[in-house]
Design a protein around this ligand. Structure first.
Ligand SMILES: Cc1ncc(COP(=O)(O)O)c(C=O)c1O
Length: 461
């Protein structure tokens, strides 16, 4: 970490002043907990930061970014392939899905056409695809497809067999996004303030049921009780915001089978897990892909350069004519970035490599953080480059101090909220440090991340 004072740069001037003004103008939903640091550049795993706090205002820091650019920078910062793809994308036209696009067609054909890269998960001819700006918007479209599956598009009459299916099953601790439709899927009371009760929008409204994630008995019970009322299940294959929680082996396949057997749609929210678990998708196990009706991917998909998501849905799931139009639907320039990024990841074997480095990283996190600092960390969870280290109650109470200590130790990391109190006698899940690294991170750099987190934890004493 370098911590030299900011030299006044004749070209741009001292950025601290404008950064302070910018921070003041930006809606602050963190209150006093907002970190007094700003990013002024980045390369690889490194972020160039400026300190905006009163003590060291203007100080420059160079940090390792253990957040992977909010889990979006699949190849790190300023990667030459992504830079070239963005430049290439400016020349491919800006057409919506009303017009075809060669760039879009080539991407879709490469992924979903005959012999395509993702056809083991989504067999050719069975799925169609749409694009959105963000994970939230992708999930909104998924929800729309689910809701419209209940009705015929022209007369809005219930489809036969769907009359009673007014319930969507979601999971305690889930995070799917901020937008109006999605907040109902979150079992967090304050996000639900002001939403219409299902009764007020009858007969089109749906109700949401929440059960604990990863508990096969709770799933069985719900299907026994509610199978003929269930319209869909929405699941993160590994829960992110709940604290990087993996289900037990066989859970996702069991869920998929129950959905198929009971004519219930299965929606996998892979916005976060996409490309982070050693394969493209987390909905798979030792027997191969776990079938879904809709899969939503995002974050890493945009290679840190564009904000985008993709909704991959069974062909029979659709919306009323022009009911899903969006300026951002597989925009050709976005497709260029996705395609070049994916080709690079494939050519370099980065998924397999990230799985290997991730295994090593998980062990290091366990030995160095949980073993070395049991007063701060309790448990490592996750797979590949989607890892979490849960805090102790004492450390959770000092999370602001810990975040600053990590930055002083040369690493920026994010914390997941944790599922908190869950039903039954399940244990409380505290906030959890999330480690997401770009897929091209090598073992030495991953070790350095762990060392810096440990140094931050030491400083907490
Ligand atoms: C599982 C999951 N779904 C959806 C979202 C929302 O994505 P976005 O922030 O791009 O709207 C997130 C964001 O963290 C997520 O983790």
């Amino acid at each position: 970490m370098s911590a030299a004072p900011v030299a006044r740069d004749d070209r741009t001037g001292d950025p601290a002043e404008v950064l302070m003004r910018g921070a003041d103008l930006h809606l602050n939903h963190y209150g006093a907990a907002r970190l007094p640091f700003a990013c002024v550049g980045g390369s690889g795993l490194e972020l160039d930061m400026v300190d905006l706090g009163p003590e060291h205002r203007g100080r420059r820091l160079r940090l390792l970014d253990a957040s992977g650019g909010y889990a979006s920078a699949a190849l790190g910062y300023d990667h030459p392939v992504v830079r070239a793809a963005v430049a290439r994308g400016t020349g491919v036209g800006s057409v919506t899905d009303e017009l075809g696009s060669l760039e879009r067609a080539e991407l879709l054909d490469r992924l979903f056409g005959p012999g395509g890269l993702w056809t083991d998960q989504f067999p050719t001819g069975q799925y169609h695809v749409s694009g959105r700006n963000s994970g939230s918007e992708g999930n909104e479209l998924a929800l729309r497809l689910v809701l419209e599956s209940r009705f015929d598009a022209r007369r809005l009459k219930h489809r036969p067999g769907k009359e009673k299916r007014d319930t969507i099953l979601a999971f305690q601790g889930a995070w799917h996004g901020w937008t109006g439709g999605l907040v109902q899927l979150l079992n967090r009371r304050h996000y639900q303030a002001g939403l219409p009760a299902p009764e007020t929008v009858a007969p089109y409204g749906v109700r949401i049921a929440h059960i604990p994630f990863g508990d096969p008995a709770a799933l069985e019970e719900t299907f026994t009780e509610l199978a003929d009322r269930l319209l869909a299940v929405v699941v993160e294959p590994i829960q992110g915001d709940a604290g990087i929680i993996e289900p037990p082996p066989g859970y996702l396949r069991g869920l998929s089978r129950m959905c198929t057997a009971n004519d219930v749609l299965l929606v996998a929210d892979e916005v976060l897990t996409f490309a982070k678990t050693g394969g493209w998708f987390a909905m798979r196990d030792a027997d191969g892909p776990v079938p879904t009706d809709i899969t939503v991917i995002g974050k890493y998909l945009g290679m840190g350069a564009v904000s985008t998501s993709m909704v991959i849905a069974r062909r029979e799931l659709t919306v009323r004519p022009s009911g899903a139009v969006s300026t951002s639907d597989l925009r050709p320039s976005t497709c260029a970035v996705i395609r070049d990024g994916i080709e690079h990841i494939e050519a370099e074997g980065l998924l397999r490599r990230s799985a290997d480095v991730g295994r090593h990283l998980a062990k290091q996190l366990d030995t160095v953080l949980v073993g070395g600092h049991p007063d701060v960390f309790t448990e490592v969870r996750g797979t590949g480059f989607m890892l979490g280290v849960e805090l102790t109650a004492a450390a959770a109470a000092r999370i602001g101090t810990l975040r600053t200590a990590l930055i002083e130790a040369g690493v920026y990391a994010e914390f997941m909220a944790g599922a908190g109190k869950r039903s039954g006698d399940r244990r409380y899940i505290h906030p959890t440090l999330r480690i997401v690294l770009p897929l091209n991170t090598d073992q030495a750099l991953a070790d350095e991340v762990v060392e810096r987190v440990a140094a931050g934890a030491r400083a907490l004493k």
